[in-house]
Each structure stands twice: as structure tokens, then as C-alpha cells.
Write a protein that binds this ligand. Sequence first.
Ligand SMILES: C[S@@+](CC[C@H](N)C(=O)[O-])C[C@H]1O[C@@H](n2cnc3c(N)ncnc32)[C@H](O)[C@@H]1O
Length: 411
Amino acid sequence: MRSPNSRGFDRASPYRGGQMTDFGGVSSANPFQLPAPRFIFMTTQVGAERALKAEMSRRFSEFRFAFSQPGFITYKVPPGRRYPEDFDPGLVFARSVGFSLGKIEGTAPEELAKRGADFVSLGSFDRLHVWQRDAHPPGYRGYEPGPTPEAALAEELLRNSLRARLGDGDFAQARPTRIGDLVLNCILLNERTWWFGYHRAKTVTSCWPGGLWKSPRVLDEGVISRAYFKLEEAVAWAALPLREGDPCLELGCAPGGAAQYLLDRGLHVVGVDPALVDERIASHGQFRHLRMRAHEVPHREVRRARWLFADMNVAPPVALRAMESIAAARNARIRGILLNLKLADWDQAEKIPQWLDRMRSWGFSSVRARQLHHHRQEICVAALRRSPVGTARNSRSQRRHLPRSTISPPG
Ligand SMILES: C[S@@+](CC[C@H](N)C(=O)[O-])C[C@H]1O[C@@H](n2cnc3c(N)ncnc32)[C@H](O)[C@@H]1O
């Protein structure tokens, strides 16, 4: 069932009940239209709020800060302005963005789920995303952001309530979100408070609940390190059109988590790192280890590489210099880059626009950054050429292989 509102506006709707605080009026001409949004919400890594607020004031100064908790921020939409349902400011530190519908409070998840289901009457939603606000900065006492059992339980209870109300239709099922779907969001702020919102999925990451990438693999099952998931998430976000057999260079490859992901994807990996690589990677037939520093990589290796990956524990200017010596070399045919940059402090976030400009100057047309949910105090930059360095004919054939999302970059 794609249109729950075909049964009309529910009397028990929180919108009617006046408990909600964040939205304007429903158009009387069309009572099933979503209310004019008055607030947007964003979720982010705990600790990154200041960087996110700085980004907002630099890029969207017309929005007024309204409310924040660690990992969760709301802004007032400029009065009289309408934004499309798929509004996505494309901010580096905003893991998810949506229009706010308001919050409900209760003492138990069952009670919250029953009342939360009332929100369904506010729009013709296609999908439901439920997730938990980050509890701590990543790494704090072993804490890792991501999908949680609490969010899974809340989602199950909400879906049960939705089924009771709407029947066993499409919206009540947990199905993957597609671009264009209208998504009802439920964010668990704490045990007693659930915040609701909505967005229309426009980008790859807005199809993931809370912008959280869920890997089909788990660490215990032979994955060498978290770097595996970090790169997997980065590739999915950037929609990199990797193909089996593609040659790549990986700078800072030890101990080998990221290389393991690339090898699983069938790539030929030349790993660069003075440190030792895990034996399972070192002995892989499609892996070669260059025990050296990034700036020492020989030209012939640069010439062969199609993709460039880097995750070195060095300051961003050092990492950029090393990347430049490879990506902007005369004989380079690098098609795309995923570069991890570690921020020594959050103030360095102000330099991100300059770093992106520098990478554009190497001939990459699509350059954008995101803090991934597998990140610590760091960001990932994805840079793609629309076409490889080469002939016009090559460029045309390349474009045919590019998914749309890579040509019009997702956020
Ligand atoms: C965060 S670890 C990389 C994790 C790795 N990508 C993985 O998947 O397991 C950072 C690595 O960068 C390496 N490194 C630091 N400076 C480097 C440089 N100038 N050239 C190459 N590697 C470097 C370090 O030796 C270290 O192994």
C-alpha cells in the first residue's frame, strides 16, 4: 500500500493532537499534503556538531539554529521559503537530513511505537527509516556508530503498529529504499523520546536509514580491520564504478583491511606502505606490496593505476601533496580517487573547501566530501573524472559505463 492517507486524516494524529511543535499548517486544499516544513533536522557524529554548524552558517546562513543534542541538530527553515521534499544541502558532516515533524515522549518503546504510528497519516510515505542518535564519539569505550538493537526493536514495533493500522502493505515492510521514495524518519533521541521527520530520497546515502551503511559482512568473520568497512562505505557513497580486474594503487595499505575489500571486488591492488601487511593479503595473487612511502612510488606504477585510494596517518597537507604527485603526474590515467583525510582538530574542517578546490585543479570534475559513519575525526574525499585521460572516443564510451549518480553526484 503506497498511499496510507487514502483513508484520510487520522483523528489520533499527533498533528491534530497538538503535541507536535515543529510544523506549520496543512493546506486545506489538500489535507494529505505534508505540512509546510518549519524545521529541518540533521544527524551527525558526536563531536562533529561544531563543524556541521560552521558549514551550515557558511553555506545556508538563512537557516536559524534551533535545537541540538549531541549528534542531532535542528534548524528553522527561513519563513516563507519552501524547499523541495528531496532538499539535501550536501553537507560534509550531515550524515542524514530531513524535514522535522516533531517528537513524541513516552515511557516504553511499545507506547512510543503506538503513538509514533500516528505520523503515518501526515504523508503518503513509501518507506520507514528508524535509527538511533549516536550515543558517544566513535571509539569512546569501544563505541561504534551504526545500526543498533534498540533501533531494530523500535522499527519492529513501529511496523507492527503500522500493520495494525494500514494492513500488510508495502509501507509496513522493511524493503530497500530507492531514489525518489518518500521516507518517514524516526530517530531515537533517547529511551523516552523519538523524533519524527521525512525526506524524499535523492542520493545514495539518503536511501540508508540515518545515512548509516550496513555491510553484508561482519568483523569477526575474517575481515582484517575496520578499514574494510570504511572503504566499502566510501565506495558505496561515491558510487565508484569499480570493475573486476581494474588496477589500483592504495597508499597506506597496512595492515590490509581496505586492500581486502578491493581484492574481494576483484581489483588488482598495488599497496604502498613502509609497514607490514597481513599475510592473507600479502600472499594474495592480485596483490603486490611496495614497501615505501607514497612519494617514492615509481612512475610505471602510476601509469598503470586506474583508481587511487589513500588512508595514511599523516596531516592533510602531506596527504594532498603525496596524492598530487601521483594523480596530477603527466603519465597518470587515474579515473577516480578516494582519499581519507584525518583532521588533527575540528577547526581544520574550515579548510575542506580549499582541499576540494586543490583536487579539482588536478582535472577531476566531480569532487566532494563526506564524513562516513565508519569514520573517526576524519573525512573522505571522492574525486572522479567524467572521462579518463585520453581520446574523445574513450570519453564517450566511458560515459556510457558511468551510473547516473556518478555524473550527477549524490550527496
Ligand atoms: C590508518 S593506517 C591504514 C589502514 C589501511 N588502509 C588498512 O586498510 O588496513 C595508516 C597507514 O599509513 C601508513 N603511512 C603513513 N605515512 C605514509 C606514507 N607517506 N606513505 C605510505 N604509507 C604511509 C602507515 O604506515 C599506516 O600503515
